[in-house]
Ligand binder design. Structure first.
Ligand code: HEM
Length: 412
């Protein structure tokens, strides 16, 4: 298959359902492949890692949006993200990230352990109730998507009783990060963003009057002390980013991790008892089913990488999910193998935009999966798990299970 045909097929429903053969079709032409004038696709591990670290290749910021999507300012969901660190380049990026990352030190993240344990326990109680009598429960809806929203809400200081409201708005907004293709989805994202932004404004005002030990209080304090460090729009943009960046991604990691162990009871048994195995298992889920499949960078000047000439203005599509299956980096790359050591998948990106929440996401999965399989040793699939029809952020839509709690109670 020609590289352009494979690249285009990634945008189709069939391609999104199973993009891996298409990555291999592109890889057959090289590790950094020109697919059409001005567009290159990186599928090699080394290539993806180097591109993310090269300062001559930058993220799409407002200036880039002006060239590509002239009407982007009409969309509040897109506007808010362009005020965040993920859509900023140096020096703006360093200033924003340096301000926000004071809240993501290893100590701050470790302090969230009790919150995560308590949240997981509460969610599993609910799954237990819903699964009573052998009823099927959707683990994505009832568990995997609720956990990260509850954790990020606690971190940011959001209202606890609004978890599903945040989740539904964040789901709608996340579509805006998937490109400008679907006008209806973008309109829904804009409406969700407006609703959430209004809520954030109220929250900021409340935290200003009565600061607590959460991120929003701290960022409001930093903004008030020196607005040149973090403007009001940047404060809102980064709150929005934290809410959405850590939500579907972590939910998909937990969901895929649960699915693979439900399908392989040997993994579930080890997750129940073996912390070292759990760490490697989570890394392997991240490698084989990364929640973020792809990101992009734009060349700021003419450059040559790995012998390929990339002109100024060209887009380089960095397929993290393909790099994670590069046979030069991982023997038998398609095989799920939690015994791999120093795997270092590309799943959290690399370079200056390396995921700020990587330690938090790993901690959530390393706590959630063992607790799930300890609580429900007899958990089983109750139908077909389905994937979302999305490419950039990819993961399960539904994961129907029976908890097996009933059978265990009868047996005991
Ligand atoms: C399994 C879960 C997660 C995955 C796979 C993931 C993946 C990524 C990736 C690939 C990037 C870099 C994108 C790029 O370079 O274009 C990124 C950036 C980011 N992530 Fe995550 N993420 C996860 C969870 C989280 C969590 C829990 C948070 C915070 C609550 C978070 C916050 C961020 C932020 C703020 C950035 C932007 C960093 C910057 O631009 O400097 N992520 N993430």
């Amino acid at each position: 298959m020609e590289p352009l045909a494979a690249f285009r097929a990634l945008g189709t429903e069939e391609g999104r359902q199973d993009p891996y053969p298409l990555y291999e079709a592109i890889r057959a032409h090289g590790d950094l492949v020109p697919v059409k004038p001005g567009t290159f696709v990186a599928v090699g591990y080394r290539e993806c890692a180097r591109i993310l670290r090269d300062p001559r290749l930058q993220v799409q910021d407002g200036t880039a949006f002006d060239r590509i999507y002239p009407d982007w300012r009409a969309h509040s969901s897109v506007r808010a993200f362009t005020d965040s660190m993920l859509y900023s380049n140096p020096p703006v990026h360093g200033r924003q990230r340096g301000t926000v990352n004071t809240e993501f030190t290893p100590q701050q993240v470790a302090r969230l352990r009790p919150v995560i344990v308590e949240t997981v326990a509460g969610l599993l109680d609910r799954v237990d109730d819903l699964g009573a009598g052998g009823s099927a429960v959707d683990l994505m809806d009832e568990f995997a998507t609720r956990l990260p929203i509850a954790v990020v809400s606690a971190m940011l200081g959001f209202d606890e009783d609004r978890v599903t409201w945040f989740r539904d708005l964040a789901t709608a907004i996340a579509v805006a990060t998937d490109g400008f293709g679907d006008a209806d989805a973008l309109a829904t994202a804009d409406a969700a963003m407006d609703e959430l932004a209004e809520h954030f404004e109220g929250l900021i005002a409340r935290k200003r009057g009565c600061p607590a030990g959460d991120i929003v209080s701290s960022l409001v304090g930093l903004h008030d002390a020196d607005s040149a460090r973090l403007s009001h729009q940047e404060l809102i943009g980064n709150m929005m980013l934290l809410l959405t960046a850590g939500f579907e991604t972590t939910a998909f990691l937990t969901g895929d991790g649960a699915l693979m162990a439900i399908a392989n009871p040997g993994y579930a048994a080890r997750l129940r008892t073996d912390d070292a195995f759990t760490e490697r298992y989570v890394e392997e889920v991240l490698r084989v089913e990364p929640p973020v499949h792809v990101t992009s960078r734009w060349a700021t000047e003419d450059l040559v990488m790995f012998g390929t000439r990339i002109p100024a203005g060209a887009r380089v599509v960095v397929v993290l999910a393909a790099g994670n299956r590069d046979p030069r980096r991982y023997p038998d790359p398609g095989r799920f193998d939690p015994s791999r050591v120093r795997s270092q998948p590309l799943s959290f990106g690399g370079g200056i935009h390396f995921c700020l929440g990587a330690a938090l996401a790993r901690l959530e999965a390393r706590i959630a999966l063992p607790m799930l399989f300890r609580r429900f040793p007899g958990i089983a699939l109750a139908g077909t798990a389905t994937y979302r029809d999305r490419w950039v952020i990819r993961g399960l839509r539904t994961l129907p299970v029976t908890t097996g709690a009933e059978a265990a109670a009868i047996a005991s």
